[in-house]
Ligand binder design. Structure first.
Ligand SMILES: Nc1ncnc2c1ncn2[C@@H]1O[C@H](COP(=O)(O)OP(=O)(O)OP(=O)(O)O)[C@@H](O)[C@H]1O
Length: 354
């Protein structure tokens, strides 16, 4: 089922939590709403769910206007971080709940419910746990039950709000795989809220980056990472180094170096370089070679993170090398090296001088 969000605006009192949100989600897509705390992700999800009303705008499901439909009539499934399972019910009864409470006319038979719940528990690999109570499961297992419970009623749309937020990194990763598998298997349209960029990039077909009640960019994980539309997106997705300066005739002057930026407009600008987009050399070979002192070396698995201090302006840069690159260079703390940005994206500082 497709979802269209048209010009949605939301106020809490005089505070505008969502500003003119427009978003189209295709049937069968898994979309992540990603943004810092307070950016409006949960508000948007709750409006899609029908748990919250927008002041303006429309919500369409399969091109039909659902804006004023009650949550009960939307056929959406929910998984929330704090939407705890019923503590006094077994795992089986938790998953069966949505089916058991249906009005008699549309309630499946006892055998049909049993079959459905058994299938779902097999799917999330918890068939042996059906008689346990939630307190007897780990956090990750509980969220798998929550996923099974949400899917039991065969929703057209699955909405998840930080579903794995309270779990440790390894379990989160495992649950992402579950989400992706169940999403594909059940052929639902899923929207999930997260502030964890790795989680969004790992699991979503498209990522919607939100900030201060607005959408900054919508795109596949590759698009938003490789072609960020603005400084906010660049900064939010991964560690980045800033080169503040002035562009004149295709060169960005920063400190006492000049970096070639052939396609950039003249003016006060900032160059953005990701930590893995640098070359470290022993000699100054180009006008953009930045003499720097190695201040800190830190190995994290196959990546070596190196902090250097630019000698011209005494500011740090964070660089990431592969272990192989690092071993070939034989770098040591305190050494002077020359650092060159391999790939730099320039945004003009429109606010400069205002
Ligand atoms: N019921 C409410 N009453 C008043 N203000 C609210 C209410 N719910 C949310 N807000 C405010 O609206 C803004 C957006 O909140 P929202 O929960 O949608 O953001 P979020 O991106 O999901 O944040 P988080 O990641 O922290 O959950 C925040 O500034 C929040 O304080």
């Amino acid at each position: 089922m497709s979802i269209v969000i048209e010009n949605v605006t939301k106020y809490y009192g005089s505070y505008q939590a969502l500003q003119n949100i427009n978003l189209e989600i295709k049937s069968g897509e898994l979309v992540a709403l990603l943004g810092p705390s307070g950016s409006g992700k949960t508000s948007l999800l709750r409006i899609i769910a029908g748990l919250e009303q927008a002041e303006n705008g429309n919500i369409l499901f399969n091109e039909e206007n659902y804006t004023n439909k009650h949550v009960k009539d939307r056929n959406v499934g929910f998984v929330f971080q704090h939407y705890a399972l019923f503590r006094n019910m077994t795992i089986f009864d938790n998953v069966a709940y949505g089916l058991k409470v249906r009005p008699r006319k549309i309630r499946p038979s006892k055998t049909a419910i049993e079959q459905k719940v058994t299938e779902l528990l097999q799917l999330v690999k918890l068939e042996g746990y059906k008689d346990r109570y939630p307190s007897q499961l780990s956090g990750g297992q509980r969220q798998r039950v929550a996923l099974a419970r949400a899917l039991a009623v065969e929703p057209n749309i699955l909405l998840l709000d930080e579903p794995f937020g309270a779990l440790d990194a390894k379990v989160r990763k495992e649950l992402r795989r579950w989400l992706r598998r169940l999403h594909d298997e059940f052929n639902v349209t899923s929207v999930f809220v997260t502030h964890d960029q790795e989680e969004a990039m790992d699991v979503a077909d498209r990522v919607v980056i939100m900030n201060e009640g607005k959408i900054e960019q919508i795109g596949t994980p590759e698009e938003v990472y490789d072609q960020p539309k603005n400084p906010f997106v660049y900064d939010f997705l991964g560690s980045v180094n800033l080169f503040k300066g002035k562009v004149h005739q295709g060169k960005l002057a920063t400190g006492n170096v000049e970096i070639h930026v052939p396609d950039s407009e003249d003016g006060e600008s900032t160059g953005y370089v990701r930590a893995h987009n640098f070359i470290i050399e022993r000699e100054s070979l180009e006008t953009d070679s930045i003499a720097s002192v190695i201040d800190h070396i830190h190995t994290i698995g196959p990546i070596v993170r190196i902090e250097v201090i630019r000698q011209d302006i005494n500011e740090p840069l964070e660089i990431e090398l592969t272990k192989e690159q690092y071993n070939n260079l034989e770098l040591k703390k305190g050494e002077i090296v020359f650092v060159r940005p391999k790939e730099l994206k320039v945004f003009v500082d429109y606010m400069a001088g205002i």
